[in-house]
Design a protein around this ligand. Structure first.
Ligand SMILES: O=C(CO)[C@H](O)[C@H](O)COP(=O)(O)O
Length: 298
């Protein structure tokens, strides 16, 4: 197949290489002219066969994705297909698909997991859209997914939105798993008098144990590269998927305390001081006369 790829950053650029390694042709567009094959989205559309163009969008979620979609709506036409591969909110997919459908342009939302390692190991791929559109793009999905049985690295999860919905929940789980490993790491590290090499314990968990996983391997790699994670600040950002997962849990009255705690722990990491903990310390003093550590005693 010959497809267009919009966004050639660390995800799109690597995905392009994996698609090409499988024998397909990719014409790429990026706002960075040094890595772009064409100068504009208009040129990208011209480089592909009209009426059967497939264009994969791999740019940051939100405004950048919407900007590309709005321009592609004017550059593509009936019979063409857009695959949106960023971490977009699944309800936005439904709006975007309706906007493109008015022009006869198909739409697939693709949740992609694999990070910077995906080029080598393949990308776990979750898609939403019509059976016809998904079938048409299947050679590309097959190129991207990990080697092995298709159903263990790819799913056509449902209609438009189902791919990004599945990826959103995947990322919510990611929050909870990372938080559990991080807390376990801190508890072991707090007893360096008893266990002097925390990384050795985590490394030993990589085989045979019930908590072995790729995230655990990555944590061991990080600790081996930077013992004690000395160069990393204790500040954790989030890109929105954990929040959306929790909004969905609330809307459907699904208890999700682990994912909620993991998200709130990230919020706490961004505070220099905690107004809530100040209030707790002040209240303990008010009702019980309990000692308060003053701000200048830090
Ligand atoms: O999709 C991913 C991994 O599966 C991204 O790395 C993820 O979006 C990072 O999310 P956050 O910034 O919220 O931790």
């Amino acid at each position: 197949m010959h497809i267009g790829m919009v966004g050639l950053g660390k995800m799109g650029g690597n995905m392009r290489q994996r698609i090409e390694a499988a024998g397909h042709t990719v014409t790429g567009y990026d706002t960075n002219p040094e890595i772009s094959d064409v100068a504009s989205l208009a040129e990208l559309a011209e480089a592909l066969p009209a009426g059967s163009r497939v264009v994969w969008i791999m740019v940051p979620a939100g405004a950048p994705t919407l900007t590309v979609l709005e321009e592609l709506a004017t550059r593509l036409g009936a019979g063409d297909l857009v695959i949106e591969g960023g971490n977009s909110y699944y309800r936005d997919d439904q709006t975007n698909a309706a906007m493109l459908a008015e022009r006869g342009i198909g739409y697939i939302d693709a949740g992609i997991s694999g990070g910077v390692w995906g080029r080598e190991y393949g990308y776990g791929t979750m898609v939403g859209g019509s059976a016809e559109d998904v079938e048409r793009a299947m050679p590309i999905f097959d190129a991207l997914r990990p080697d092995g049985p298709r159903e263990e690295g790819f799913v056509h999860a449902g209609g438009v939105g189902a791919g990004h919905f599945s990826k959103m929940v995947h990322n919510g789980i990611e929050y909870g798993l990372m938080q559990a490993y991080a807390e376990g790491y801190e508890i072991i590290a707090s007893r360096s008098d008893l266990v002097p090499d925390v990384a050795a314990v985590l490394r030993a968990w990589q085989r045979g144990t019930v908590v072995r996983s790729w995230l655990l391997e990555l944590l061991v790699d990080a600790l081996e590269g930077d013992p004690g994670l000395a160069s990393v600040d204790d500040y954790a950002n989030d890109s929105g998927e954990g929040r959306w997962t929790l909004e969905e849990a609330i809307d459907n009255a699904v208890p999700a305390p682990t994912i909620a705690a993991a998200l709130f722990a990230r919020f706490a990491s961004r505070q220099e001081q905690s107004p809530a903990m100040k209030a707790i310390a002040a209240l303990r003093e008010e009702f019980g006369g309990h000692a308060v550590r003053r701000a200048d005693e830090r």
